[in-house]
Design a protein around this ligand. Sequence first.
Ligand code: ADP
Ligand code: PHD
Length: 428
Amino acid sequence: MGMEVFKFGGASVKDADAVKNVAQILAMYGENNLIVVVSAMGKTTNALERIAMACWNGDTQLFRNEVNELEQFHLTIMNDLFDASNEMIYNQVKNEFRLLSLKIEQPRSDNFDFEYDQIVSLGEIISTRIIAAYLNQQQLLAVWEDARRLIRTDNTYREGSVDWQKTDALIKERMLPHFEKNRIVVTQGFLGHTAEGFTTTLGREGSDYTAGILAFISDADDVTIWKDVPGMLNADPKWFDNTIKLDKISFKEAIELSYYGASVIHPKTVKPLQNKGIPLYVKSFLNPSEEGTVIQESPDFDHLVPSFIFKMDQLLISVMPKDFSFIVEKSLSSIFNTLDKLGVKINVMQNSALSFSLLVDRKKVDLEKVIAVFSDDFKVKYNEDLELVTIRHYDQATIDRVTVGKEIILEQKTRETVRIVMKDQSLS
Ligand SMILES: Nc1ncnc2c1ncn2[C@@H]1O[C@H](COP(=O)(O)OP(=O)(O)O)[C@@H](O)[C@H]1O
Ligand SMILES: N[C@@H](CC(=O)OP(=O)(O)O)C(=O)O
């Protein structure tokens, strides 16, 4: 019997109707074994981030308010899905919230990222409990499995790096045998564990990656990521009208688009699938019988229309050596080492003889810390309120269109991709 991996993200399980819709989709796929990877419901992860921060700051009032609100959100969904007599699911979810409430009274380590993962991971635990219970109520026999015993990572909390060998052994030993008696296994995206058994997460929006890992190890026939859009489009429809669906694209093109920031797929997801030639479908959970996008190996697919990826609120930081040295291998090596230690993620970089510039998401970087760390050896300058547009398969007409009214700060071109850092002229 074949094996498929389905991934349902936060938007596809944001309320009771959405959960019912997921069950209907699963009922449509009666034949195959299904690994169902689920994210936290709606915006739960954002709420848990606030809870983790309140806990860290010892802000009991805020912590309790946020926990109560989140519990109420889940209870409202459950009241629409289950009979009050279904004690088991109510007890399971209440118990997770009871354990969460106790965290404010418990001693904390001095590692925020560790504490963050122990709290933020609960969103996926609760959502999968609810979904597995609902599927069973609908006679879609499903078994719940804990990804915290499947995905082994290193100890990099908030961005665990997967130990593929150990994970392979754990999945084969603990997950695949479920299919001897069950057709559906429901598990959490985004979660992992360290060798010592502590919970890790794979980085925000990392549930797509979990689907890629599970498909690779279980040799799945294909993966389907169910989204609130008809497929992978040539731009984010939240910002662009008249988007075009990319019906078929190659693994390489999908990797490039997600790497540059097309947030419909987490950038780490596609590589494991490419390595085993497992097709990835991006489909709409709102119109499940429509075709969506297929991503697979083919040199013929990519006669593409221009695709746009916008990143707003960008910060350009430039560092210039204070001594007489140029920006050469030695200084670059020390700059990268420092940036790696600071956990800075670079969107674009460029250097000249006397300066090295990096573009980052303003909200993801502690500018004061960066300045403090570099200022012994470098003069540091920065430019805020910038936008980054990446255009794959560009032509001059598209470049002209997106740069109207903008001052161009930096431009990088390859044969297929142009990246432009720009500032709204009204802000210059
Ligand atoms: N190129 C693109 N094609 C389609 N959707 C895109 C693209 N770039 C960004 N998106 C956004 O990705 C969203 C879906 O991803 P996401 O919100 O992470 O879903 P989920 O959390 O439910 O998995 C869409 O609503 C859309 O706004
Ligand atoms: N819930 C996590 C993981 C995830 O991937 O979620 P989603 O599939 O909703 O993007 C997050 O919000 O980061």
